[in-house]
Design a protein around this ligand. Structure first.
Ligand SMILES: CC(C)(COP(=O)(O)OP(=O)(O)OC[C@H]1O[C@@H](n2cnc3c(N)ncnc32)[C@H](O)[C@@H]1OP(=O)(O)O)[C@@H](O)C(=O)NCCC(=O)NCCS
Length: 175
């Protein structure tokens, strides 16, 4: 098995991405929603994590002025717990910073402690709650923010980053 690489999401990736989205979330975005983002949202940036020709994760954000808003992030279930979600988030933060963002925000279910732990590890702090944000069970969303350091070196983790690949949640997604 080769090392997973992160690259920009292409329209051809959408069916695989939508499958992972459906497996991962109770309120998944549709394939059409991803296609619309890729084709029409000039603020949107989406990346996939690919290993041996298979999409095993993805993430996305909107970058507007100096703020980045994570729309979604997921890793296929069998591949979780291996540092890949962290790699995706670090890449997202690095790309946001390179596009001029100084802060990054996301919403996360209050019950999703696994994702919260990842975000806290990367410097996010919770700054409030959106009550009843998730319409399936009216669960609250925690609003988290992180400052993006000006130096890219502060975000990269050389032990986990492959040399190749493209450099480069909220938004009603679950990220
Ligand atoms: C959240 C998600 C993207 C994390 O990806 P991952 O590849 O499993 O995470 P990583 O292996 O990179 O772990 C990074 C950090 O996340 C946290 N984490 C990961 N798995 C965890 C677990 N089972 N329990 C608690 N914390 C966990 C830890 O802080 C971990 O760092 P550490 O290993 O140094 O302790 C993944 O679990 C996922 O796709 N979940 C379903 C979709 C989802 O909830 N997305 C977020 C929506 S807001």
């Amino acid at each position: 098995m080769s090392e997973p690489v992160i690259r920009a999401m292409a329209p051809e990736d959408v069916p695989a991405v939508a499958r992972i989205e459906k497996e991962s979330f109770t309120l998944p975005w549709s394939a059409e929603a991803f296609r619309t983002e890729l084709a029409h949202n000039r603020f949107a940036r989406y990346s996939v994590l690919e290993q041996d020709g298979q999409i095993i994760g993805y993430c996305g954000m909107w970058v507007i002025a100096d703020e980045a808003h994570v729309t979604n992030i997921a890793v296929r279930e069998p591949f979780r717990g291996r540092g890949l979600g962290e790699r995706l988030m670090r890449r997202l933060m690095e790309e946001a910073r390179s596009l001029g963002a100084r802060r990054m925000t996301l919403e996360v279910r209050v019950s999703n402690t696994r994702a919260q732990r990842l975000y806290r590890k990367l410097g996010f702090v919770s700054c409030g709650v959106r009550p009843g944000y998730y319409t399936d069970n009216m669960e609250d969303a925690l609003i988290m923010w992180a400052d993006l350091p000006p130096e890219p070196a502060a975000l990269s983790d050389p032990s986990r980053e492959p040399a190749s690949g493209h450099d480069g949640t909220g938004a009603s997604g679950e990220g």
